[in-house]
Design a protein around this ligand. Structure first.
Ligand code: MEV
Length: 420
């Protein structure tokens, strides 16, 4: 946990200076940050046991987003992503929400769904009722599979049965809703579904085939909202145009795909940094967005004072225990930087980053377009690579852009000229 996530000029520092600053504000030790700061320090033995046929590792740049205030708490946010501008854009959007209280996030609790598919059921409606009659027994039996989860307050909480037609005839699908606490929960719910299957077969007289979680985690939602300052956004017209840009996404799936992709830029970057399953999050996000015709995961409106109020609602099956989050040393370091205590708190952070990312993209698209910002950031990186520090980064970057010659060699020449 950090006292203040506003670190002005963080981008102007050298990488070494940023690491020093990060240590200073988070209070984390060299040892704790090492696997993140120096990927070469990650033990290949650990990676070798994570998947099969390991020969090496693939590193991504990891940046820290600043300025995030979520439910009254400041966060520095590790983001692992190959795309330029994403970290800067998230930090910038978070800054625009700070004076209005930052982000307010809530959730439905960490409830996952597991599905048990049954075919060849002769009388599906009465089979459904028979299952519901022994619902409590089935839930109790599911919970016997994971006493530790139950001890932590989690476990199977509810059960529903859905009947629908399919290409191979009528299907009866029994779904258990399991509170998986701080785990992503795939192992827990799959174990429960497999254990329940023979009982479902006995009750229904049918044949069970699949027993697996659903990534459409509609009972594991997080929501976040924030008010973005109209002056910082660029005035009333920009606010109106951002709302029009969002309405475009709501009306048109071609635009909506890109709009939601921008949200996932931020979300995936934090999910990856914390060692969580980004395919599960992607699948959950897009299937949730498609529940009533593919639509935006965010919404926008104007406050009475003319500020922009944005919100997001998204399934968020992330965990803090188990999986790569616990095993991968760099993911452990990211979780420490975040200072989150529960998977749900991590979900609040991730959803807020998604909203910030979307707002930043819409603001750029609805005003000067995204290329200008990309070029300015690229020029800053080039200036820093050439050795510029502090205010010289911006001075040289500006000259490079004006000259339309964003090259390290030219940045070095300019630096020498100024220093002379
Ligand atoms: C690029 O990675 C993401 C954007 O295309 C998102 C959007 O168009 O909203 C800028």
């Amino acid at each position: 946990m950090v006292d203040d996530s506003r670190i002005t000029g963080f981008y102007k520092l050298s990488r070494e200076e940023r690491v020093k600053k990060l240590k200073e504000v988070t209070g984390l030790s060299d040892e704790e940050l090492e696997p993140l700061v120096d990927p070469g320090m990650v033990d290949m033995g650990v990676l070798d046991h994570m998947i099969e046929n390991v020969v090496g590792s693939m590193t991504l740049p990891l940046g820290i987003a600043t300025n995030f205030l979520i439910n009254g708490k400041d966060y520095l946010i590790p983001m692992a992503i190959e795309e330029p501008s994403v970290v800067a854009a998230a930090s910038n959007a978070a800054r625009m929400a700070r004076d209005h209280g930052g982000f307010t996030a809530t959730d439905t609790g960490p409830n996952m769904i597991a599905q048990i598919q049954t075919i060849n059921v002769l009388d599906p409606e009465s089979a459904k009722l028979k299952i519901m009659e022994v619902k409590e027994d089935l839930l109790a039996f599911a919970n016997e599979q994971d006493p530790i989860l139950v001890r932590f307050g989690g476990g199977a909480k509810d059960l529903r049965v859905r009947i629908f037609d399919s290409k191979v005839g009528v299907m009866l699908v029994t779904e258990i809703i399991v509170d998986t606490r701080d785990a992503m929960g795939a192992n827990a719910v799959n174990t429960m579904a497999e254990a329940l299957a023979p009982r479902i077969e006995r009750i229904t007289g049918g044949r069970v085939i699949l027993r697996i979680l659903s990534n459409l985690a509609e009972f594991r939602l997080v929501r976040s909202r924030a008010t973005f300052d109209k002056e910082l956004l660029g005035g009333e017209e920009v606010v109106n145009d951002i709302i029009a840009a969002w309405a475009f996404a709501e009306a048109d799936p071609y635009r909506c795909a890109t709009h939601n992709k921008g949200i996932m830029n931020g979300i995936d970057a934090v999910v990856i940094a914390t060692g969580n399953d980004f395919r599960a999050i992607e699948s959950g996000a897009h299937s949730y967005a498609a529940m009533n015709g593919y639509s935006s995961l965010t919404k926008y409106e104007k406050s009475q004072e003319g500020h922009l109020v944005g919100s997001i609602e998204i399934p968020m099956a992330v965990g803090l225990v188990g999986g790569a989050t616990k095993v991968h040393p760099a993911a452990r370091a990211s979780v420490k930087i975040l200072g989150v205590k529960t998977a749900t708190e991590l979900g609040h952070v991730i959803a807020s980053v998604g909203l910030a990312q979307n707002l930043a993209a819409l603001r750029a698209l609805a005003s000067e377009g995204i290329q200008k910002g990309h070029m300015a950031l690229h020029a800053r990186n080039v200036a820093a690579t050439a050795g510029a520090r502090g205010d010289l980064v911006d001075i040289i970057a500006e000259k490079l852009v004006k000259e339309k010659n964003v090259k390290v060699e030219r940045a070095k020449e300019l630096l020498e000229e100024i220093q002379r």
